[in-house]
Design a protein around this ligand. Structure first.
Ligand code: NAI
Ligand code: MG
Length: 364
């Protein structure tokens, strides 16, 4: 069983943080004497400037053949890209092509980082939640879309929010399955008081629950209330199930509970196919951060924890996933801080944070 992983750093701080994630992955493989093939590929605005494609063919092939992809970030300081390129090569196009319909974003607080958060320790205590975001539907993909000029010169921007029952059912089943491995509680978030697709969302989630998952506790919450509750009392949540747009927004705001966007991992997964494989894309939640790119300041923990998720969900190595997560918390306990979580103290570089995690991992 020779596992293979495509490593795609992308733009800005993407390659810097991904190098540390890659290193931790290689270290785990070495520690367990597991043969693992790591294939590097380029992607993004820099790839476009060099090769005329954001998503060059060799990277496409490497991603399609791998058991999982470790991705960094995309986004240049300026994006003078032809619109066609966005349609075929954007991150949305990558997600669609890998058919990854679920995005998982775990958010867990660590006492060592309480002071890096803007929230009070009593609010942060015991936070351990996971956002299950639908990734291939809703307003980011709905047709019709576009900007049009009306007779008379008025311009109109159009996006369409659409969900079908089968799209809602498959993401709901995913959330309930995850809940069974955790505290067994799902909170489904929509805006059914004003949105028809939100009413369908609520009905379908409730029906999946009643028919197949009566053992899981299901509650419903309106998205505006949820945004407030995530800041007021985030420890109340176990699994948060929501759509593409709401999941994007709620997870960035929930990120601040941990102290920094740089801490957060994510996994995007597809359905298991006939050959037993599934699309799997692992990336930190943050973007390319042009403001700090190239300076060795980026926090690599989001990428390293994404590797832990990869070990758990794609490589069949849950114990090793736990070890990586423990190495991260041990490094934080021991005082390693990148600038985003340093709170005025001295800070280490991207590389040094990778060193700190790697050396904790070696000693575990
Ligand atoms: P961003 O996440 O890149 O940065 C937001 C802020 O957080 C910045 O101040 C940045 O310095 C800081 N930050 C982000 N990651 C960090 C890390 N690991 N360590 C320390 N500080 C960190 O979001 P922004 O600035 O809105 O977008 C920049 C570019 O990234 C844009 O081109 C955007 O389209 C792209 N982007 C790409 C994503 C992806 O590849 N999945 C996701 C989000 C944005
Ligand atoms: Mg976002």
């Amino acid at each position: 069983d020779n596992r293979s992983v495509a490593i795609v750093g992308g733009d800005g701080i993407g390659p810097e943080v991904t190098a540390e994630g890659r290193r931790v992955l290689a270290l785990v493989a070495e520690k367990r004497s597991l043969p693992m093939k790591l294939v590097d590929g380029d992607y993004g605005v820099e790839a476009y400037e060099k090769r005329g494609r954001m998503w060059p063919e060799p990277t496409r092939v490497a991603m399609a053949e791998a058991d999982a992809v470790l991705f960094g970030a995309i986004g240049g300081p300026a994006q003078p890209l032809p619109p066609e390129m966005h349609r075929t090569d954007s991150l949305l196009a990558v997600r669609r092509s890998l058919d990854v319909f679920v995005n998982l974003r775990p958010i867990k607080t660590a006492p060592a980082l309480y002071e890096a958060s803007s929230l009070k320790p009593r609010v942060l205590k015991g936070v351990d939640l996971i956002i299950v975001r639908e990734l291939l539907g809703g307003i980011y993909f709905g047709e019709p879309r576009g900007v049009e000029t009306l007779p008379g010169g008025e311009r109109r921007g159009v996006n369409t929010h659409i969900y079908t029952s089968s799209q809602i059912q498959r993401i709901a089943r995913f959330a309930f399955d995850i809940a069974r491995t955790r505290k067994g509680r799902v909170c489904s978030v929509a805006k059914e008081n004003v949105m028809e697709a939100g009413q369908l969302w609520r009905e379908e989630v409730q029906a999946v629950h009643d028919n197949q998952y009566p053992d899981v506790e299901l509650t419903h919450m309106l998205v505006d209330n949820c945004a407030m509750q995530l800041v007021r009392a985030p420890a109340q949540f176990d699994v948060l199930l929501t759509d593409n747009l709401f999941g994007d927004i709620l997870s960035d705001s929930a990120a601040m509970v941990t102290g920094s966007l740089g801490m957060l991992p994510s996994a995007s997964l597809g359905a298991v196919r006939a050959d037993g494989r599934r699309g799997a894309l692992y990336e930190p939640v943050h973007g390319s951060a042009p403001d700090i790119a190239g300076k060795g300041l980026a926090n690599p923990i989001g990428s390293i924890l994404s590797v832990a998720m990869m070990l758990r969900f794609s490589l069949g190595m849950p114990e090793e996933a736990d070890l990586v997560e423990r190495a991260v918390s041990d490094a934080l306990e021991a005082g390693a801080r990148t600038i985003d979580i340093a709170v005025g103290r001295t800070y280490v570089s991207t590389r040094e944070m990778g060193d700190a995690v790697a050396s904790e991992l070696t000693s575990l």
